[in-house]
Design a protein around this ligand. Sequence first.
Ligand SMILES: [Zn+2]
Length: 183
Amino acid sequence: MDYHVHNKLLYHLRKLCVPQGERVNVIREAHTSLILGHFGVGKTIAQLQRYYYWPHMNEIVSRYVKGCYMCATRNPSNRKLGLYTPLPTPSHPWENISTNFVWGLLMFRKGHDYLYVVVDHFKKMCVLMPCKKQVTTEQTAKMLFHNVWVHFGLPTSIISYRYSRFIGKFSVTALAKIPCNKS
Ligand SMILES: [Zn+2]
């Protein structure tokens, strides 16, 4: 018998059967990694197959990943018409960084409910900065300056995954904060 019930949950060959309404949440969780970004179809399916089962899983996951907006705008192979150029390969740490806001986490101390995440592309090191949802451009620039640039130097490129419009204003503000008259 392929199916069995344990603690009121249905299993198929020891894999938990996920109800239809929950599948998208489970896929999103398997597809997205805070540090490593978004996984491809194969890796997402492999992650899910370790614990879960539902009919036509491969097809549904493949459709989800192919329709992922973040992947479509980030993955160079998905970009069309040369609107974006591939990132240069970094030769040392903190030369190319990406920044992102993450929310939906537990509330931190001081009522911080957002996390500003900066990832170095060279060694995949990351700096996490708790902040509030209402964080301003100036505050973000300050966080980046004090927690990243002061320690690791000025990056040559910054990618902001969630706020591509935001980064333009942000970079100008952030650059304005760099002391230029230091000897
Ligand atoms: Zn994605």
